[in-house]
Design a protein around this ligand. Structure first.
Ligand code: SF4
Length: 208
């Protein structure tokens, strides 16, 4: 069911788009996943490639049962909830519903809002405009820092000392600066092997 308006219970969410594809970023690159893009973000990264998601009011409020039904129909065993910034909404009900059906739940967040929902994997991608909350740094499974210029390496190191000991560390070139930054990133990883390179593989594959 689709409708308009607001809902703070987490049972209705502003849905920008949903599609079954392959994870293109981070440690889980290459894994099939159903993507659910939630509307709303006030972090305002200049290079954001999903600016169409920022205004939640432009997107229909969809009940979570519909989303779960579409996940099941696709045959997906995991869902990546992304945005926008999904944590502007209560993710608890959606996670509970998906997990009750045996679906793994993966989150992509800037960490700027309090954590809700139960997650099998949390990807934290901190942004300079809105630093992540300590509670999310503590539980992130992977720290994915977007590298736009040389100063971002310092940011990456700063956050790497705030995440938990098992957190994977990833450096990802900002897509429009790929050619300028990929050499610096690979050299950095060679000198600092606790980091790995993350590419937006889905863009190279021309898939959503
Ligand atoms: Fe875009 Fe994500 Fe930054 Fe929000 S946090 S502006 S969705 S890149």
């Amino acid at each position: 069911m689709k409708t308009t308006g607001t809902d703070i219970s987490g049972h209705m969410l502003p849905l920008v788009e949903e599609f079954y594809s392959v994870q293109g970023e981070g440690i889980n690159t290459g894994r099939a996943a159903y993507f659910v893009r939630i509307g709303g973000c006030d972090v305002c990264c200049s290079w954001c490639d999903t600016k169409y998601s920022w205004n939640a009011e432009l997107h229909p409020m969809v009940d979570i049962e519909s989303i779960a039904a579409n996940v099941a129909a696709a045959g997906a065993d995991s869902v990546v909830v992304t945005g926008g910034e999904p944590l502007m909404w209560d993710m608890g009900p959606l996670c509970d519903l998906l997990r009750s059906g045996g679906t793994e739940t993966f989150l992509e967040t800037s960490g700027a809002y309090p954590l809700t929902g139960k997650w099998d994997w949390i990807t934290l991608s901190p942004k300079k405009n809105s630093p992540p909350l300590p509670e999310i740094l503590n539980v992130a499974n992977e720290l994915k820092v977007v590298i736009q210029d040389g100063t971002d390496f310092e940011e990456a190191e700063k956050y790497s000392h705030k995440v938990g000991p098992g957190c994977k560390l990833l450096l990802q070139p900002e897509w429009s600066r790929y050619r300028e930054m990929i050499s610096a990133i690979t050299e950095y990883v060679k000198k600092n092997p606790r980091w790995r390179v993350s590419l937006q593989a889905h863009k190279f594959m021309h898939i959503p």
